[in-house]
Ligand binder design. Structure first.
Ligand code: ZN
Ligand code: ZN
Length: 343
């Protein structure tokens, strides 16, 4: 805030709010000034705020949120307020600008996002837990996956088993894609039945105490078609190569390149149509993005996914995804399910 010449910063994103204050209520914003931290929420979260963030000044809205915020800005003698342009609607911006005059409101992106880039020991422990829960649920569910089951049955079982093991819920709606639907990287789960001659792609994760895991594995209910067997081998090698280069200081783009070059050399460059990975934490997709155009470099404490894939329209798709911690000396793969063809 000092280097951005701000004497106030308004946090509106719920995950930023949770990260910064521990307050989890879904109606809230947080005002940070040189005087302290004010939590603006409503009566439904009165007790939650006392329990989760007793040290913050609590302000229960009675009037319009914008007017309460403007009044609090004046009380704290803020002259230059930063807001995150990615988290602010045009309506909030224009109304706040009007209500808070003559306070200057400026776009200050990435103030919290940059702080969230690297995870501390407590956050890493929660991500580990989210991985454990997801992996245990996967083992339980895939042990009983049978030909003829619907994709959505597998997805529902995964969510149930993760919840039973302590997840708040799934990190996102599990992707369970059989056969040709697996060539759509962000397909969810539908009524298609699992077939013996088709691949089954499962991309799922758990949320534990707000932190998430994000994993993808291929399951083979029957025989493996030779072409997919070959493609799986390529994806697995690309995945291993990307993980191998992870260490502090390496450019995110280099990690993407390690996987992409191998897939391209193998003749499937055009079939790998997304970046190799992304950061995880409170959000399933957060910085750093491991993509070709990225200028970021990796730092100890970052937790990223590595998830190369090859998609063959009309046939299927193969993706393998693991969660990797950047350590002081290199990396640690936090997830542990085997990546091979057998289950
Ligand atoms: Zn995923
Ligand atoms: Zn992912």
């Amino acid at each position: 805030m000092t280097s951005a010449k701000l004497d106030g910063y308004l946090v509106q994103d719920r995950m930023d709010q949770i990260w910064l204050t521990g307050f989890t209520g879904e109606s809230g914003s947080v005002l940070v000034t040189h005087r302290g931290v004010t939590l603006l929420t409503d009566g439904r979260f009165d007790e939650t705020a006392d329990i989760e963030a007793p040290w913050a000044r609590k302000l229960l809205r009675k009037k319009r949120s914008i007017d309460e915020t403007a009044r609090e800005l004046r009380r704290a003698k803020v002259t230059r307020l930063g807001i995150d342009p990615d988290q602010t609607t045009l309506r909030t911006f224009t109304e706040l600008q009007k209500a808070a005059k003559p306070i200057r409101i400026t776009a200050a992106s990435r103030i919290i996002a940059d702080l969230r880039l690297t995870k501390d020991a407590g956050e890493i422990a929660l991500i580990r837990r989210a991985i454990e829960v997801a992996e245990a649920a996967f083992k339980k569910v895939t042990a009983s996956v049978r030909v003829g089951m619907k994709e959505r049955d597998v997805a529902a079982d995964l969510v149930y088993e993760m919840s039973r093991r302590g997840a708040q819920g799934p990190a996102f709606a599990p992707i369970v894609a059989t056969g040709a639907s697996a060539s759509l990287p962000h397909y969810e789960a539908g009524d298609r039945e699992i077939r013996a001659d088709a691949c089954l792609l499962i991309d799922w994760g758990a949320r534990v105490d707000w932190y998430v895991s994000d994993l993808t594995r291929m399951v083979w209910p029957g025989s493996i078609p030779p072409r997919l067997r070959e493609v799986h081998k390529i994806v697995r090698e690309a995945h291993d190569r990307a993980i191998a280069v992870i260490k502090p200081g390496i450019l995110a783009a280099q990690v993407d390149k390690a996987a992409r070059d191998y897939i391209t050399k193998s003749g499937y460059g055009a079939n790998f149509n997304h970046s190799v990975g992304h950061g995880i934490g409170l959000n399933v997709h957060e910085s750093p993005g491991l993509r070709r155009q990225s200028k970021e470099s990796l730092r100890p404490g970052m937790v990223v996914t590595i998830e190369p894939g090859i998609y063959l329209p009309g046939v299927g798709g193969i993706r393998i995804e693991d969660d990797v911690l950047v350590t002081d000396s290199g990396h640690e793969v936090l997830s542990s399910l085997p990546t091979g063809l057998s289950n």
